[in-house]
Design a binder for this molecule. Structure first.
Ligand code: DQA
Length: 144
């Protein structure tokens, strides 16, 4: 079971709730983070969340809090499709990494069908809305 979990949100996810709600829903990032913290806390785990619109800032978080974590959840936003320094930072980690997408990227534009992160992730959840984050958390909490 992962007890020290880090959640990382990439570019534009700070706009959740207002950003294309027909695609991403109406939950704000703050509400998603609060739901994740509530669930982790209820089972005695700690969970911290980060968001940045800058790839280098996300790499810094991975080198710091990400390195110390024993489970990661990441929605890399559009960096999913081309963010090679983000991918390389994730590749250093030994802890399980779950890649989450709110929308089903495989039903959308062709450029969203490629993930440079997927080959270094443990698994991927795509298209289950904001609750994909909660499902990723349940997996990390239940992992042997
Ligand atoms: C996303 C899908 C990406 O293609 C997009 O660039 C995002 C959000 C998702 O959660 O569905 O910013 O990662």
């Amino acid at each position: 079971m992962s007890r020290n979990i880090v959640v990382i949100h990439g570019p534009n996810l700070n706009m959740l709730g207002r950003r294309e709600p027909e695609i991403y829903g109406t939950m704000t990032l703050a509400a998603i983070d609060a739901a994740l913290i509530e669930r982790a806390t209820a089972v005695g785990a700690t969970l911290s969340t980060f968001q940045s619109n800058h790839e280098g800032a996300l790499v810094d978080v991975i080198h710091g809090a990400g390195w110390a974590a024993d489970g990661l959840i990441i929605n890399p936003g559009a960096l999913t499709h081309y963010g090679l320094s983000l991918r390389d930072a994730l590749a250093m980690l030994k802890a399980p990494i779950i890649e989450v997408h709110i929308s089903n990227v495989y039903k959308r534009e062709p450029f969203r069908h490629t993930s440079v992160v997927a080959p270094v992730a443990t698994g991927q959840i795509s298209g289950l809305g904001w609750r994909g984050y909660l499902l990723a958390l349940e997996w990390l909490l239940g992992e042997e």
